[in-house]
Design a protein around this ligand. Sequence first.
Ligand code: UDP
Length: 408
Amino acid sequence: MTTRLEKLEPIVGPIVIDQLRRMAEQLGSQRLVHVNSTRSGGGVAELLSSIMPLWSELGIDARWEVIEGDQNFFEVTKAMHNALQGFKVTITNGMLQHYLEINRRNADRLEFDSDFVVINDPQPAYLIQDMRSRARRWIWRCHIDASRPDRKVWRFLREAVRQYDASIFSMPSFAQNLPHPQYLVYPSIDPLSEKNRELSQEEISAVMERLGVERDKPIILQVSRFDSFKDPVGVIQAFKMVRAHTPCKLLLVGGEANDDPEGPRIFAEVQEAARGDPDIKVLLLHPESHYEVNALQRAADIIVQKSVREGFGLTVTEAMWKGKPVIGGAAGGIVLQLRDFNTGFLVHSPEGCALRIRYLLHHPEVGTRMGRLAKEFVRNHFLVTRNVRDYLALMILCDNPGHRTMAI
Ligand code: UDP
């Protein structure tokens, strides 16, 4: 049977695969646990699904644990998420106490003894308080844009984070004042997953038919959780400006995530903004609709991710990998991916977004060229093999803190 690493080899090259094997060998057999707050929906779940299958092939005994919480807990963690991304929110001491209580209950419930634990985002950050002795090294992996956090919320979270051995951020500007090493690791996508594997034209057409999407006009697409940071209403505004002059249609595709209680409210706002417009289709998909999202991204002519805050933006990476021209909000990790006028366009407003959509509709050859560059950029920087390499390097470094160089 062909292993996943063998299947990745023609895509990333033998040198990359060989390097992973040598690093894993140097690390030796290790136990690794990833912890987050949902198994599906959103970028972190996507990322973990793509990394997990590679660990066992590299001889690492890895597990993925998901914490459990009630509605109130996820209301608090979403408020924390918003506050860390710089929005004004009210979080009372009672809310923080509930957050701590749920972390304590999860610490009682989770059963692991490990060499390394990677805790993703704020939701499970306080597990360390009760579980410190259950792993040799604790790493906090922050996926959100924490460059300008609300001070009160960050002070609270920092009490837990400072107890970790290291932390990981997606951009240098997200790094914080912490008493341990901080690493920069970009997220990644798996080119073999249902979300990203090649599809035939027949497969794409069948999905479009099933979802009731006619391909009679150029399709502009944004795929995102229904979240105000993703600015779906701004996308509708941009679309309406374009459509006044140039025929096209807009697809807004989103799904729910268990750990995001704001979704239904934003979904209702989006439906209201789109009401009565026959060229706008809002699709609510099941969070596991990876194949459908793949087909939609491949059917689209232009892909938009008009976020106003963004940790990284895997939807951008996915669209670039499919060779599509992408227009992204100049926020967080989107800026790392879209080199303006080269691998995509960066925009700051609905007007700017409209201008770029119109330009691409009138110059499809520019879009094709951008898409080609975008795909190669992803191949070189944002595939899962690079992410696994970074994690292996980090584990080696955590165990050899005095070493300044690594022979691999
Ligand atoms: N996604 C999906 N269906 C949806 C909305 C999003 O499968 O209806 C996926 C999307 O393809 C991407 C991830 O969820 O893989 C979102 O990651 P991103 O980093 O863009 O944003 P986040 O949700 O983590 O803020």
